[in-house]
Write a protein that binds this ligand. Sequence first.
Ligand SMILES: *[C@@H]1O[C@H](CO)[C@@H](O)[C@H](O)[C@H]1NC(C)=O
Ligand SMILES: *[C@@H]1O[C@H](CO)[C@@H](O)[C@H](O)[C@H]1NC(C)=O
Ligand SMILES: *[C@@H]1O[C@H](CO)[C@@H](O)[C@H](O)[C@H]1NC(C)=O
Ligand SMILES: *[C@@H]1O[C@H](CO)[C@@H](O)[C@H](O)[C@H]1NC(C)=O
Ligand SMILES: *[C@@H]1O[C@H](CO)[C@@H](O)[C@H](O)[C@H]1NC(C)=O
Ligand SMILES: *[C@@H]1O[C@H](CO)[C@@H](O)[C@H](O)[C@H]1NC(C)=O
Ligand SMILES: *[C@@H]1O[C@H](CO)[C@@H](O)[C@H](O)[C@H]1NC(C)=O
Ligand SMILES: *[C@@H]1O[C@H](CO)[C@@H](O)[C@H](O)[C@H]1NC(C)=O
Ligand SMILES: *[C@@H]1O[C@H](CO)[C@@H](O)[C@H](O)[C@H]1NC(C)=O
Length: 535
Amino acid sequence: MGFLSLAAIPFLATTAYAHPTTTGAPALSIPETAAGASIPHTNSFASFSFEPAFWVEFFGNATNPNNLTFSVLSRIHEHGGSPVIRPGGITMDSMIFDPSVGDVVRTTSPKGGVYRTTVGPGYYKSWSNFPSGTRFISTLNFGNESLEIARDLAVASVTYQPDKVTFFELGNEPTNYDRNRWKYSTDAYVAEWKEYTASIDAALNALNDTSFPKERWWASSATTDNSGLEVRPAALIPAGIDSENQVGLYSIHSYGFSTCDPKRAALATTENILNHTELVRYCDEEIYPSARAALDAGNEWNIGEFNSVSCAGRPNVTDTFAQALWVVDSELIYATRNASATHLHQGATLALQSNDQLNTPGANGSPGYSTYSMLYPRDSDLRGPARTLPSFLAQLFMAEAFAVAGTRVRALEPPMGVSSERFAAYAFYVEDRLDKLALVNMQPYYANSTGDFSVDVSLDGISGSEETDCLRVKRMTAPYVNTGNSSLSSWAGQSFPLGEPVGDMAIETVGEDNVVSVRGSEAVLVFFSDNVYGL
Ligand SMILES: *[C@@H]1O[C@H](CO)[C@@H](O)[C@H](O)[C@H]1NC(C)=O
Ligand SMILES: *[C@@H]1O[C@H](CO)[C@@H](O)[C@H](O)[C@H]1NC(C)=O
Ligand SMILES: *[C@@H]1O[C@H](CO)[C@@H](O)[C@H](O)[C@H]1NC(C)=O
Ligand SMILES: *[C@@H]1O[C@H](CO)[C@@H](O)[C@H](O)[C@H]1NC(C)=O
Ligand SMILES: *[C@@H]1O[C@H](CO)[C@@H](O)[C@H](O)[C@H]1NC(C)=O
Ligand SMILES: *[C@@H]1O[C@H](CO)[C@@H](O)[C@H](O)[C@H]1NC(C)=O
Ligand SMILES: *[C@@H]1O[C@H](CO)[C@@H](O)[C@H](O)[C@H]1NC(C)=O
Ligand SMILES: *[C@@H]1O[C@H](CO)[C@@H](O)[C@H](O)[C@H]1NC(C)=O
Ligand SMILES: *[C@@H]1O[C@H](CO)[C@@H](O)[C@H](O)[C@H]1NC(C)=O
C-alpha cells in the first residue's frame, strides 16, 4: 500500500493512533503535529569538543592539515550537519597563548601528563581549514588563575578569527579544581568568574569589534560529579552568575560511565551503555534539573562536553559499533530535553586525570587515543593505524536527522510488547508535520546470539510532511554489536573506514505491508518526504 492512499483515509486526521494492523506488527503511536515536542533544533545539534593538547594530532597545522580528520568532517557536512567545534577539555585549563609559537606545543611529563599546551597564531589560523561555516568556542584557561593568560587567549582568538568565534568559555569543569581555590563556596566561584569575565569583556570591547553580543559567555561547564563544589546551573543561577546578563548559554558535562577507577570500570560494559532506561535515568536525575533551571531563567543550555565512558573510554566497548548506538540514543535523549547542542568529546588519555584509571598513554607518553572517539587521527602503537571507528556512522545519522533547520523531536513510547530498556523511538517534525522517525534497537546482538532480536514496527496510518510515493529508510548496521571494524559497519549501505565512502548507497523503500524491521543492534531513520541525502 502506497503512502498517498493511506494519507487520504479520513480517520487518519486524529492526533494519535495505535491500532491493530493487518500484518500483526505493532504500530507506533505518533502525534501528527509538533505540539509538545522539543524546541526547534539546528543542524549544529551534533557538535564536538576536542582536547586542545592533541590539536596537531587531530587537525595538523594551518599549512599541513590532517586529511583523515578533515575528510570525516566533510562527510558530516555533506550529509547535512554543521558541527560547532569546542577546543575544550581539561587541557584548556593549562593552555597559554604565545605569539612566537608555530605549531601547538604540548608540554608533558615522561609518562604523558600534560602540564601546558602552548598555542600561537598558527593554531587559530588552522581554524580556516574547517568546512565553510564552522564556528568555534573560544576556550580560556581558568586553571592557572591568571587573568593575563585568559585574556590573551580571548584577544588572540578574535584577532585571528573574528568571524568564527561564537562564544567564550572560561575554565573546564570547575568541579575538578584544587579544592582550596574556592573552598566549596559557590559564591566565591561566582565572584571570581564575574571578575574575570568583566575584565575580558572590557579587553574585547576595546578591540572595537561590535559583532559580539553581550551575552557571549558559556557558564558552568560543570560535571555531574559530587565534588562538594556546587556549580551546576541550578546552583549558579540563584547565586547571580548572570546578574550582568553576559551568560549566553549554560553548559553541562555528561559522562554516565567511567574507567577512571576499577569499580566504575566494571560497570562500563556494552550491556550497560546500551540500556536506554539507564541513559534516561542519568539524564533526568543528573542533568535535567540544571537544564530546567537554565530554561526557566530564559537561557539556552547544552551538553558542552560528553561521551559514554570518562577517562578515555573502554577498549572493546566504546571502540565498537555499540558506541554508534550509544551516540545516537544519547544525543536524541538530550535533543528531546531541549539541549541546544551536544558536544561529543574526542581526545586521548590524560595521565594526570586519575591514578587508578584503566587507560594509559602510549609508550614514552605518546598519545593513547581515546577509544570513544569517532576516529584515531594518526597511526599509533597503542591503537594501530589511523582510521575511523564504527561510531563515526552515528555522526552521519545525526547529520541527516537534523539537516533541516527548525526540526523538532519527541520521544515515542515503544510499540506494544517491546521494552523501552532496549528500544527507543523518536519522531521528527518539520514545519509542524512529521518528517522523520528514528528507531533504535539497542539489544546487544553478538556473533553467537541465537536470535536476532528484530523489532517489526508497522507504519500503517502514519502521514508525513510531504507528498511522497513511498517511505524511505536508511539503516545503521554492523554484523554484530562488538565489531571494531569500520569496514563492516555501514550507514545506508556505505562504510567509511578512511573517511571516504566505500560501496553504493542503499536507500530502502518500505514495502506494501508498511512494516520496518530493526534487528538487535541496529538503528534506522525513516523519511516521510523525498528530502533524503543521496536520493
Ligand atoms: C593531505 O593530502 C594532500 C593532498 O593529497 C597531501 O599533499 C598531504 O601530504 C596530505 N597530508 C597528510 C598529513 O597526509
Ligand atoms: C606544519 O606541519 C608540517 C608537517 O608536520 C611541518 O613541516 C611544518 O613545519 C608545520 N608548520 C608550522 C608552522 O609549525
Ligand atoms: C599552569 O598550571 C599548571 C598546573 O598547575 C602548571 O603546571 C603550569 O606551570 C602553569 N602554567 C603557567 C604558565 O603558569
Ligand atoms: C575604538 O573606538 C574608539 C571610539 O571610536 C576610539 O577612540 C579608539 O581609539 C578605538 N580603539 C581601537 C583599538 O581602535
Ligand atoms: C537498565 O537500567 C535500569 C535503570 O538503571 C535498571 O533498573 C535495569 O536493571 C537495567 N537493566 C539491565 C538489563 O541491566
Ligand atoms: C579486547 O578483545 C580482544 C579480542 O577479544 C582481546 O584480545 C583484548 O585483550 C581485549 N582488550 C581489552 C583491553 O580488554
Ligand atoms: C521543550 O521545549 C518545548 C517548547 O518550548 C516545551 O513544550 C517542552 O515542554 C520542553 N521539554 C522539556 C523536556 O523541557
Ligand atoms: C557470546 O559472545 C559474547 C561477546 O563475544 C561473549 O561475551 C559471550 O560470553 C558469548 N556467549 C556465549 C553463550 O558464548
Ligand atoms: C575488516 O573487514 C574487512 C572487510 O571484511 C577486512 O578486509 C579487514 O581485514 C577487516 N579488518 C580487520 C582489522 O580485521
